[in-house]
Write a protein that binds this ligand. Sequence first.
Ligand SMILES: Cc1cc2nc3c(=O)[nH]c(=O)nc-3n(C[C@H](O)[C@H](O)[C@H](O)COP(=O)(O)OP(=O)(O)OC[C@H]3O[C@@H](n4cnc5c(N)ncnc54)[C@H](O)[C@@H]3O)c2cc1C
Ligand code: SF4
Ligand code: SF4
Ligand code: SF4
Length: 351
Amino acid sequence: MSAQKTSFENSLLTEVVKTGKCASCGSCVVNCPFGCLELAQGKPGLIKECKVCGICGQVCPRYKWAMDKAEDFIYGRIRNPQEEFGVYRRIAAAQAKPVDILKARQDGGATTAMLVAALKGGLIDGAVVSGKNQDKPFLPIPVLATTLEEITESAGTKYTCSSALLALPEAIKQKKTKIAFVGTPCQIHAVRKMQMGAVKKFSTPVKYLVGLMCSECFDYEGLMETHIKGKLGINLSDITKMNIKGKMLVTTPAGTTAIPLADIKPYVRTSCSVCEDFSSELADVSVGGLGLDGWTFTIIRTEKGEELFTNAEKTGFLESKPIEESAFSKGLLLKLTKKKRDTKKTTQPQP
Ligand SMILES: Cc1cc2nc3c(=O)[nH]c(=O)nc-3n(C[C@H](O)[C@H](O)[C@H](O)COP(=O)(O)OP(=O)(O)OC[C@H]3O[C@@H](n4cnc5c(N)ncnc54)[C@H](O)[C@@H]3O)c2cc1C
Ligand code: SF4
Ligand code: SF4
Ligand code: SF4
């Protein structure tokens, strides 16, 4: 990892922000030791003079990022060509058992069940999740959840960007030492880059990384305000669930509206076009829907991931069943993994 002392302007501003590659993860903002950076409309910018320490470049997942080095760091080796969706131990379909989680979940609720079981059993003392915003429905708010209720309330997918790393300083403030972090692949890369580098303050309490599978995420104003509210006339506070199953499905008490993905493509964030990782290949456990009905497609990748998953099973928070090699969802995983890699080769983001 480069320890060069490059200014924000000469590193992230020029090569990440202005090129449209910034994933809005918040890592640079959190790690700047002089508090020089702030996120405004999802982009980091200087709020005071940069001290040219070079740290923001060392923690940005979109600057001098090397996937093979990260794999070697986590797994002690680089994947072989057969491991198309990354290194893993096993895959399973998983479903939460508690009724309150089943009510709040996105797919099988396995993510929330693993966190709740871990908090209850003392494996973790908090979890960074993306909670609900009271004023802006489905705008994810990065939050350090420290109670079973807070974790469960944050269940469900918000398809717009969460700068999840912004919740990490709260873990330090509250002297947490073993937290779980839930995030999209770009956010998982950011935490891994912190773990691999010299500046580990905010990654030290992170014990488990739960990675969401992710094809793309959307600009909030564009998707929610302009399209769903403006063009379709849906009151945002009436929405009870959003999902993507071939189309974007927006559910209210009046029914479900299916939106063709082509209609909302203009609102996909530009940084998603350079993203190669569909299935959170560097997480301890990866979770996705992948066409399963009411179950979470779970990829257990590391020993820690195994610990988190089996703890939830053994304590009765989770049940699981095998996924056959020939299953539709496994094929979909391979297809979406390949699609993301191929898209990256042919696309350049527009700032
Ligand atoms: C932007 C986005 C795109 C996705 N695209 C796909 C896809 O193409 N294919 C697929 O199979 N799966 C996709 N997923 C994952 C899927 O929607 C579910 O999150 C996953 O299957 C886990 O389901 P669950 O029932 O176990 O999760 P739950 O138990 O409901 O928990 C979900 C967790 O995700 C967190 N979360 C919600 N929104 C965000 C966000 N924006 N950023 C970070 N964390 C968040 C919540 O705080 C909660 O901890 C996507 C998720 C996101 C956030
Ligand atoms: S002072 Fe802050 S903005 Fe400047 S290089 Fe260091 S971390 Fe980056
Ligand atoms: S990707 Fe993250 S670390 Fe890099 S510039 Fe954007 S917000 Fe900062
Ligand atoms: S597609 Fe990639 S960059 Fe976009 S939100 Fe998902 S993981 Fe992040």
